[in-house]
Write a protein that binds this ligand. Structure first.
Ligand code: ZN
Length: 256
């Protein structure tokens, strides 16, 4: 099934119309109807009744993401939400570890109880905590010392903050966030592969697959690290898209 991102977005947020100063373009974007004037939407191309939302020179028309660019925005926003949710969850885990590190009682017992609390949750997602090499390593080597647990809590908090910053940045379509996501996600791939060595589960495979695809997708679609022409090509693509936007909507490209 092919999703029409343009029309879906217009249905939710309304059309975007613009009256260019150039007469030729202006005439092509405008129509008179029995109900009054109508203008072509810069996103979906349909005519929308009423006065234009803006006016001015064609090259100052609002940059309306459409087609592939709009689809990329949706995918990155899906990733943004996924990162933010994961980040908040890990903050809670870090707080729990920190709380246990301050406990007078046997920290080991608390950690085990804490695992008991989460075991059903993880089991629901078919993730077996008892056969996780990462959890096992934590249990064996850290010996549940106060100082070690503090380090674990701080490390988790840093990781969570990175995830949240990624989420916010990706949502706002920031290029630095795309770099941060690619580098940070790639850094944790070895850990995810290590998780698969002990016991394979669909959740682990799905997580690993999503993360590998996310890294490749962002790298190529956003032309990071100079790939496919890098930032210059990325900007040029966006720029020509914005010019073509007005021109193709107006049908000028077909006449030149
Ligand atoms: Zn529209």
């Amino acid at each position: 099934m092919k999703i029409d991102w343009d029309r879906r977005t217009c249905a939710r947020r309304g059309h975007v119309t613009y009256a260019p100063q150039e007469d030729v373009l202006r005439d092509r974007l405008r129509a008179d109807t029995g109900l009054g004037e109508a203008w072509r939407c810069l996103r979906c191309g349909d005519f929308a009744l009423g006065a234009p939302h803006g006016s001015g020179p064609a090259d100052e028309a609002p940059l309306v993401p459409r087609g592939k660019v709009l689809r990329d925005l949706f995918i990155l926003r899906f990733l943004a939400v996924e990162r933010a949710v994961r980040g908040v969850f890990i903050v809670l885990v870090a707080l729990a570890v920190w709380k246990f590190s301050n406990s007078q009682d046997s920290v080991r017992r608390f950690f085990d109880e804490y695992l008991d609390v989460f075991r059903p949750v993880f089991r629901h997602f078919h993730y077996d905590l008892d056969h996780s090499p990462v959890v096992g390593t934590i249990q064996k080597t850290f010996d549940y010392k106060h100082s070690t647990l503090l380090i674990v809590a701080v490390a988790l908090l840093v990781y969570a903050l990175i995830e949240i910053v990624e989420g916010v940045g990706l949502w706002r379509a920031k290029r630095w966030a795309e770099y941060l996501t690619v580098v940070a996600t790639a850094m944790f791939l070895p850990l995810e592969i290590y998780e698969l060595t002990e016991k394979i589960s669909w959740v682990k495979i799905a997580t690993l697959t999503i993360n590998i695809l996310a890294v490749l997708y962002i790298l190529l679609a956003k032309r990071l690290f100079g790939l496919r022409g890098g930032l210059a090509a990325f900007e040029a693509e966006r720029h020509s898209a914005s010019l073509i936007e007005v021109e193709t909507t107006a049908g000028v490209a077909a006449h030149s």
